[in-house]
Write a protein that binds this ligand. Structure first.
Ligand SMILES: [Zn+2]
Length: 113
């Protein structure tokens, strides 16, 4: 029996992407000032209002891809309230207070359930 033994063919293993497990980018919550992963925080941006009337609105940037300044906050009403009390959102967005945060509050209340 002259068989060709199963050659140990070392397969070129596909390159594994750098381990994303370690940490990832970190941002500071404008409410509690704790640093946390960008992926768990909510990004708030100023909505571009064409009307020009009323207070500027802040909306949740769900895909975290909107241009411009963003404010990062934990997706909890507690942190949002803290941020409001400290006026941290307008400061982070370089906007004049007060800002209309109704959309953000609605978002959190809906997500909370
Ligand atoms: Zn927080």
């Amino acid at each position: 029996m002259s068989g060709t033994g199963p050659r140990a063919q070392d397969s070129t293993c596909p390159r594994t992407p750098s381990p994303a497990g370690s940490a990832g980018p970190v941002r500071t919550c404008v409410g509690c000032r704790e640093r946390d992963l960008r992926s768990v925080l909510l990004r708030l941006v100023l909505a571009q209002v064409a009307t020009g009337a009323g207070e500027p609105r802040v909306v949740v940037d769900e895909r975290k891809a909107m241009p411009g300044r963003g404010a990062w906050v934990h997706p909890t009403l507690a942190c949002l309230d803290l941020a409001v009390r400290r006026r941290a959102v307008p400061r982070a967005l370089r906007a004049a207070a007060p800002l209309d945060l109704t959309a953000v509050r609605d978002y959190l209340e809906r997500a909370d359930r």
